[in-house]
Every structure is written in structure tokens, then in C-alpha cells.
Design a protein. Structure first.
Length: 231
């Protein structure tokens, strides 16, 4: 898939030379698979044969997930919008999608979703996500980007491309807190890419969830996600 980034501005050079734009940012991201999944993937192994065949067929259908990142004054939200299919599958499986809220002052990531009880939220600290910066550069949609490697889980890493041309330390899901806006994330065959960037004049209203019960991300992954999904 090829995308163009659209940056809404009257005078882009003046915009990038000013720090005022950094207070308000809206980015549309699209995520998709760069290639078809492996049919020997573990997720297919325990399925009944008829369901397995359908699941594999549907997994071959190309789609993109659309998200919106909003940033303002040290807070950000990354919200799932929709899944757009190249052609309609027999059944639609959206998966376990979270909405992410970043509190940069307190270095916290707060996650909520439709299946999470209304009085619970999932929290990670910024320092749980390890980053390594490199000198490699790549131009993506006319933006000069630099490379980082991000270990977002103990056994999973991603290649991340961020642009110092937009010096806002924001990005999708776990990929942020780098010296510039994240433009592209590569996780094996999975891609997240910015396709539209806007700098609104008026401040954005971003409300960080503050639910009474919190659990850490490890507890969520190991036990709570299954409990909440299949209760």
C-alpha cells in the first residue's frame, strides 16, 4: 500500500520554524499488513477445520485500520476509528483493539476499550518501553525521518521512523517519546503509517481516563483480557 501524507498548512516553512504548532496536533494513521499472514501461524492451529479455512480465507483479505492521534499540551489520545476492507469478508473480526491516552507529565499510558469494565483501566509507565536511536535516515512522504528500535514487549521489537522536522514526541500505541513525530512503524509484516497531519489553531480537549481501579499491562495480558472478553 502506498500513501501520501497531507500536511494542512498555508506556509509549511513558517509552520515548521515556529514552536506554536507543537501545542496542537492531529494525525490520521492507517495500519495494515504488508504481506499475507503465515497459514501455519499458531492462532489457526486449534481451530475446527471448517472455521480454520474461513479464518485463513478472511485473513488474506486486505484491510486497513484507521486511528486518530490528538496531541495538546502534554496529553495525547490515540483512538480507533474504523476497519476498512478491500472486499467484505464473511465475518468481521476486529480483534483486541485498545484506545491509548498518554499523560506526558506523569509519564503514564492509560488504556481502555469497549470490553474493559467501566471502572477499570490499564496503565503502563513510559520506562517500560525501551528505545534505541540510530543514525539511519529515510525520506517518507517528503519528510526526512530517523530510525529507532523500540522494544514494546519483552519478546517483541519494532522499527520506528520519526521525523525531527515535526519535533513533537507523539506517535501511535507504544511508539512515542522520540525526538520527533512518529511517521511509520514496522512490526514484522505489520505497518502503521501516518497519512494526514494537521495543526489546529484552537486547543484540543483531551481527557485522560481516571477510573478507580487500575491494573498493570502484564496483568491485563496474562489474565484480565480473557476474563473480560469471555465473561
Amino acid at each position: 500500500m502506498k500513501f501520501k501524507i497531507f500536511i494542512t498548512t498555508i506556509l509549511i516553512l513558517n509552520l515548521l520554524s515556529s514552536i506554536t504548532y507543537s501545542q496542537n496536533l492531529v494525525v490520521k494513521y492507517e495500519s495494515y499488513r504488508g504481506k499475507s499472514p503465515d497459514i501455519n501461524d499458531n492462532r489457526f492451529k486449534n481451530m475446527p477445520e471448517q472455521i480454520k479455512i474461513k479464518a485463513i480465507e478472511n485473513s488474506m483479505i486486505k484491510y486497513k485500520d484507521v486511528y486518530t492521534l490528538s496531541y495538546c499540551n502534554g496529553k495525547s489520545s490515540y483512538i480507533y476509528n474504523e476497519r476498512v476492507f478491500e472486499k467484505e469478508p464473511d465475518f468481521k473480526s476486529i480483534g483486541f483493539l485498545l484506545n491509548y491516552f498518554n499523560d506526558y507529565k506523569n509519564e503514564k499510558i492509560i488504556c481502555v476499550a469497549d470490553w474493559i469494565p467501566k471502572d477499570f483501566q490499564v496503565i503502563r509507565n513510559f520506562n517500560e518501553i525501551k528505545k534505541q536511536l540510530f543514525d539511519d535516515t529515510l525520506t517518507i512522504n517528503n519528510l526526512l525521518c530517523k530510525k529507532a528500535e523500540v522494544e514494546f514487549l519483552k519478546d517483541r521489537k519494532a522499527t520506528v521512523w520519526y521525523t525531527p522536522e515535526i519535533p513533537i514526541m507523539a506517535g501511535p500505541t507504544w511508539f512515542f517519546d522520540l525526538p520527533g513525530l512518529v511517521i511509520r512503524v514496522e512490526i514484522m509484516d505489520y505497518i502503521i503509517e501516518a497519512v494526514k497531519i494537521e495543526f489546529p489553531e484552537l486547543p484540543l480537549k483531551i481527557i485522560i481516563p481516571n477510573r478507580k481501579n487500575t491494573i498493570n499491562y502484564e496483568e491485563y495480558r496474562k489474565s484480565k483480557v480473557k476474563e473480560w472478553l469471555y465473561k
